[in-house]
Design a protein. Structure first.
Lengths: 447, 531
């Protein structure tokens, strides 16, 4: 087996040194009844690289990659162009095959890029501090709600109807244990009156902008209303490229920002791994979940970086930790930070403008189709349209014609009758005029 | 001295420089004009390097009338601008300050730092997986669902468990998933059981997860032989106990031989048995956790199944579930239908009998890790998986047997599983601590072992070589540790005091970092304003 260096002779010599007659002797503590032979496993035997590659390639070929069709899906995961340098760099052995940087003397590479990543996330979100990432945007949102419950010592979390339904369910799954989660009504294309729901028991209000239907929200009045009642505003961003063009949540008064960073540097990967961005105010630092990298000096006075404030974390505090998390999205953060370094201020703002221009152009073309109505008036690179018939069968019909038209809202809100005819459409820098022609033409035929 | 085939002398021996003791050289003696030293480059922060260049070529599209609802950004973000070659050099230089499995033995106990095959990387990047949208119509994602289904079959077969929840994004996330399933199962019985039993030797995530899931944590002591005190555990069982969380093989590197009896007692008390699967690499292909009476166990695909650790993540932590818990698995569920595989994403539209406790995350889990793990499994096959476990156990025992005469192995009378545990009593009165000893390994070109964990052993050093090392590599490692231990015991402490001496950084001031946290770069103006 190509991954195993020990030879039969090595194994024999090692058993001799150990003083064991055979491998069974090393498993002597396992109850004999629990030892099984290979026949207990109805699975294939060792295969060479060629055979494995053939099998996986066959599976992959059954899928339609985003780059292989006119493609308009968003709703929390976005198709963007990732520069070639990103993937080459993250595959360097020293990044790919290293562990969590608990030994800072030989992990300065990881620690420094995490420090740079934290700075980039703080700048983008308009917040004072950011952590070294969480699993993804949805779990970051759940952690934000738990953090708000701890900070305010209140239990009630109010979720905007525009919050991605998967995010809302993720929050409910954990935050209902420590409080009560309530969802505001779903009002596609307009902002619900979430301020009216805030009361003195409210720990936090969770508002996504652009929301799941693509609508850009003004967070300022919500932040003011929340703060007036002693509650926190958690801002959620699922399309981080939007912050190249939109006012940051921090500037609008958010207390915690939970975001999905996949759009920068990371592929679609059928939903994961992604990178959860988490930023907050300095005064809330001690209640923050997740790893943090900080600057310090070494014994010779040289600048260096370490994981810090770990008294918040599970390996020190055990059951009193701020979270049970023992991971960050290391390599996905690295992809994010490399891509953002390549973009820089100029590149990111250009990228954001292109995305908005593409989506605007597509919205105009779709609006011209008879029976199609644009539901989202203010948007970044994603908007929702209303079709004269149910959207899901239309999407399936178009997929059969090789056009991936978008995400039917019913996939996310299967029990909401108002969602049935809604289609969430995203356009990015990867879409061409030919893609638009294909979508418009196919949609015209289907409705 | 040996000669190469051109007749020139060669040496494959490492240089035998005199040990560098603190204070024996002045910084000037080692200083260079640039501050760099040969292949070791100092590297500024990306923010200090930016100068308004751009590393991508994108058209400058102007928007005359935006549709941003009046929310357009007015201020600059503050990101630095660099060209592509500058960006590449920055990250390549940073990478060279990292230790990695590909450059040396990584003996981190509990972490299973095994070889990460590059075929895994290639397969995960096939456009049909890497460029596949999670909400694309299911008719065009059948290959991805098939891959998940195959991986589920591997995981359930290897563990002997009937079901698996695939969405947890890491080991601790899997623990949470398992405990939430247990919580739901108990609630379905109309009971309330607030307490979870956790051995004191457990990973920190176990008690943290139990608390996260709303339980109170009750610690179970360890016996002098490194096993959990089964009698104490049984005595703590009662109608208020929801579950026990046990790692097996445990964090001392030992198999819990009484596990079957423990499981029986737990079930008789109406509780559930959660097993931390971090150490599955010792037993995969030889022991099925399902045969031991386990109800839930997460599997760290980034440990046992070779997906890369990536400097701290991403991981993946699918959870196998027993018949008693399978119904409570979170959405999404994967089911086979006449029209092919279907993801069931709606909690209210699940198949009969399913009672999902909720959702762990958006979408369907760590697909990028699934494709890597399945590639690894298909490469190894069942025979290779078993051989890998055996080699991991053999290598750990080889280290234990080779070092227990100079280091102290608290449970060294019998064999260990895939990790060898030492304590610090061999360093008594030497002036050298576990930390010093481990840091001295850095100067020798090794990553330190896991230190001060498990907590049940004083000054613990937990060594997990994995199956990825050759005998020559193990012999060299043993030689280095043997020599270090011998020197420490002989009072030759120069190598240890203040070690490492030869790494990109000396010991870093962690206290200062925590006392006055600096967690981001700030422009000079902002720094001055703050001061």
């Amino acid at each position: 087996m190509r991954y195993l260096p020990l030879t039969v002779d090595d194994r024999r010599a090692m058993l001799t040194r150990i003083g064991a007659s055979d491998m069974d002797a090393l498993y002597q503590d396992v109850p004999a009844s629990a030892i099984v032979g290979l026949s207990a496993f109805d699975l294939p035997d060792t295969q060479g690289e060629l055979e494995v590659e053939r099998a996986l390639t066959k599976l992959a070929a059954k899928n339609t990659a985003a780059g292989a069709a006119p493609f308009f899906c968003g709703a929390g995961a976005y198709k963007h162009h990732v520069p070639s340098a990103v993937d080459h760099l993250i595959q360097r052995s020293e990044f790919l095959t290293s562990y969590t940087p608990y030994q800072p003397e030989i992990a300065q590479g990881t620690l420094q890029y995490l420090f740079e990543f934290q700075t980039q996330v703080a700048l983008l979100t308009g917040m004072e501090v950011a952590n070294a990432s969480l699993y993804d945007g949805s779990t970051a949102t759940a952690e934000a709600v738990l953090m708000a419950q701890r900070l305010t010592k209140r239990g009630k979390a109010i979720l905007s109807g525009g919050l991605h339904p998967h995010y809302a369910e993720t929050v409910e799954t954990v935050a209902n244990l420590s409080g009560i989660v309530t969802r505001a009504p779903v009002t596609p294309g307009s902002a619900e009156d979430i301020i009216a729901l805030i009361d003195d028991e409210t720990a936090c209000v969770v508002v996504q902008s652009p929301d799941v239907f693509g609508l850009i929200r003004n967070l300022r009045p919500i932040a003011e209303a929340a703060h007036a009642r002693g509650a926190l505003l958690i801002a959620v961003v699922t399309e981080i490229v939007s912050l190249g063009l939109l006012e940051s949540p921090g500037a609008q008064g958010a207390d915690i920002v939970a975001a999905e960073g996949q759009s920068i540097g990371n592929g679609l990967n059928f939903g994961g791994p992604y990178v959860g961005l988490f930023a907050t105010r300095e005064k809330f630092l001690r209640q923050m979940p997740g790893r943090l990298t900080g600057e310090t000096v070494d014994a010779e006075g040289r600048r260096g970086y370490v994981l810090t404030l770990s008294t918040r974390e599970q390996h020190i505090r055990r059951e009193k930790a701020t979270s049970n998390i023992c991971t960050n999205s290391g390599l996905c953060c690295l992809a994010f930070t490399i891509h953002l370094s390549l973009l820089g201020e100029e590149g990111l703002t250009r990228l954001a403008r292109i995305n908005h221009a593409k989506a605007s152009a597509l919205a105009d073309r779709l609006a011209a189709l008879p029976g199609v109505e644009i539901v989202t008036s203010a948007f970044f690179n994603e908007f929702t349209i209303k079709l004269p018939k149910a959207a899901a069968p239309v999407v399936d019909a178009l997929a059969a014609r090789g056009v991936i038209a978008g995400v039917p809202a019913s996939r996310l809100l299967p029990r909401d009758a108002n969602a049935a005819n809604l289609l969430i459409v995203a356009a990015t820098e990867t879409n061409t005029d030919e893609d638009f022609d294909a979508l418009v033409g196919a949609l015209k035929d289907a409705i | 001295m040996s000669m190469n085939n051109q007749g020139r002398p060669t040496s494959v021996e490492p240089s035998r420089r005199a040990p560098i003791a603190p204070g024996t050289h002045t910084p000037e003696e080692l200083s260079t004009i640039s501050g760099d030293r040969g292949l070791d480059h100092e590297e500024a922060l990306i923010f200090e390097l930016g100068h308004g260049a751009v590393g991508v070529d994108l058209p400058d599209v102007q928007i005359s009338a935006d549709r941003l609802g009046g929310m357009r950004r007015k201020d600059a973000i503050g990101l630095p601008g660099l060209s592509e070659p500058e960006v590449i050099r920055h990250y390549v230089r940073l990478s060279r300050m990292n230790y990695a499995i590909d450059s040396g033995l990584y003996p981190l106990g509990s972490c299973t730092m095994k070889h990460n095959p590059r075929l895994n990387e290639k397969m995960a990047r096939l456009p049909g997986f890497g460029d596949l949208h999670p909400l694309a119509p299911q008719s065009v994602t059948q290959g991805a669902l098939e891959l998940i289904s195959q991986l589920m079959n591997w995981l359930t077969t290897l563990t002997g468990m009937p079901a698996v929840a695939m969405s947890p994004k890491a080991g601790a996330h899997g623990e949470l998933c398992g405990l939430l399933a247990i919580r739901a199962a108990i609630a379905a019985r109309g009971e309330t059981r607030p307490r979870v039993l956790v051995p004191e030797s457990a990973h920190g995530t176990n008690p943290a997860t139990a608390a996260f899931a709303g339980f109170t944590v009750d610690e179970v002591p360890a016996l002098p032989n490194g096993r959990v005190d089964a009698a104490a555990l049984k005595a703590k069982l009662g109608p208020d106990v929801a579950a026990i969380m046990l790692t097996n093989p445990n964090t001392c590197g030992l198999f819990e031989g009484e596990i079957v009896e423990i499981a029986k007692a737990v079930h008789e008390a109406g509780a559930y048995f959660y097993c931390d699967g971090a150490n599955f690499n010792a037993i995969a292909g030889r022991v099925r956790p399902g045969d031991l009476g386990i109800d839930a166990m997460h599997i760290n695909l980034h440990k046992t199944f070779s997906t890369p650790h990536g400097g701290g993540g991403p991981g993946a932590g699918p959870v196998v579930l027993s018949e008693r818990l399978a119904a409570y698995a979170p959405v999404p569920l994967l089911v086979a239908t006449a029209d092919g595989l279907r993801l069931i994403e709606d909690q209210a539209a699940v198949p009969e009998g399913a009672r999902p406790f909720g959702r762990m995350c958006a979408f369907h889990g760590q697909m990028g890790m699934f494709s890597r793990a399945l590639t690894y499994m298909l490469s190894h096959g069942r025979d290779g998986v078993r051989q890998a476990s055996e080699d991991a156990v053999l290598s750990a025992n080889y280290i234990l047997a080779s070092l227990k005469d100079v280091m102290t192995a608290p449970f060294g009378d019998g064999p260990c599983m895939h990790e060898a545990l030492f304590d610090d009593s061999f360093l008594d009165n030497s002036g050298v601590t576990t930390l010093d000893f481990a840091k001295a390994m850095i100067d020798e070109g090794y990553h330190p072992m896991t230190m001060y964990f498990p907590l049940v052993v004083h000054g613990a050093m937990l060594i997990e070589p994995t199956e990825s090392e050759s005998k020559e590599s193990l012999d060299r490692f043993i030689h280095v540790l043997h020599t270090l231990a011998t020197e420490a015991k002989a009072g030759q402490t120069a190598r240890f005091v203040g070690a490492p001496h030869l790494a990109p950084r000396r010991r870093l001031d962690e206290t200062a970092a925590a006392r006055k946290p600096v967690l981001r770069w700030k422009p000079a103006a902002m720094k001055e304003a703050a001061e």
